[in-house]
Design a protein around this ligand. Structure first.
Ligand code: PMV
Length: 296
């Protein structure tokens, strides 16, 4: 049995694709996978093209044929899909680890990461590697150009956050990355987000929540065209309540933009205010979770 957490991006979504720094934290929600032997006439796993792709990758790495018809996978997820919470990377990490475990092979995080990255390219087209990295390593980390460094501060882990649902995105992560790629002001906006991210990380490392910088980050993401009307409306309501909020992850244009990351220093106030919005909300801490499997 394996478990891998989902994630939020505190700062650096989209700019990370262009080599800038991102800060990510693991959630306690995630994906569990159990691989058992058993031949089923209809193995649900192979009906899903993404799972089929993950199993083909396992087959190649393990040099074992017919995994799809040898194993029954029990996958349970507490992560909503298409919501910027890293569900595709968590599914890949949980399935790959459980399948390797079934064949008696232990995977270190260093070996698991490139496999999850490869699996995720199937969904993302051009993943920066940020999601696979946080899902595999857990905690909170800085990610830039393929290199992950743990965040040297426990300030984030002591905070309480609300994840407010603006609705699932209609577009895939790959489609949102393409929206940014074609934006006429892309270069300037990405450089600006890169600078804001550096400042956000520096403030967090000094034990301060960077209220105005997070707002600036969100406004730059909105200018990039990755924030839909529904998410913008909720975020403006939160700002008026005095709650710091931004989208987290790839976003979405035409319907929802996934979950909104919201913070206030007073967690009781935060909880009360987000409840008033009347939309689905998750109250959570960040960076306290890591993946696990039977050998740990
Ligand atoms: O799939 P999401 O919503 O967690 O977004 C991934 C973050 C991006 O920066 C938009 C893409 C990437 O590969 O880093």
């Amino acid at each position: 049995m394996s478990f891998y957490p989902g994630k939020v991006i505190i700062t650096g979504e989209h700019s990370v694709v262009y080599g800038h720094k991102a800060l990510l934290s693991a959630l306690s929600l995630g994906v569990t996978c159990d691989a058992e032997s058993g031949l089923e006439l209809v193995n649900h796993a192979i009906a899903d093209p993404y799972l089929k792709h993950i199993l083909q990758l396992c087959s190649r790495e393990l040099e074992v044929r017919d995994i799809e018809t040898t194993l029954v996978l029990k996958i349970t997820s507490t992560l909503p899909a298409k919501s910027g919470l890293g569900s595709s990377a968590a599914v890949a990490a949980a399935v790959i680890t459980a399948v390797f475990e079934y064949y008696g092979r232990h995977l270190s995080s260093a070996k698991l990461y490139p496999l999850v990255l490869e699996a995720e390219q199937y969904v993302h087209g051009r993943s920066s590697g940020a999601d696979p990295s946080i899902v595999v390593h857990g905690g909170s980390l800085l990610f830039q150009q393929g290199v992950a460094t743990p965040l040297e501060s426990d300030f984030l882990a002591k905070q309480t956050f609300a994840l407010v649902d603006s609705g699932a995105a209609t577009e895939s992560t790959g489609e949102m990355v393409a929206v940014v790629a074609h934006h006429p002001e892309r270069e300037a906006l990405i450089v600006a987000i890169g600078a804001v991210s550096e400042a956000i990380v520096s403030q967090l490392q000094q034990g301060k929540y960077p209220v105005s910088l997070i707002r600036e980050n969100h406004l730059l993401l909105a200018r990039l065209g990755v924030v839909g009307a529904a998410a913008q409306d909720i975020i403006e309501q939160l700002w008026r309540m005095g709650i710091v909020a931004k989208i987290t992850g790839a976003g979405g244009k035409t319907s929802g933009s996934g979950f909104i990351l919201a913070w206030h220093e007073d967690s009781v106030f935060l909880r009360e205010q987000v409840n008033r919005l009347g939309v689905s909300t998750i109250i959570t801490q960040l960076g306290n979770n890591r993946g696990k499997h039977n050998e740990n």
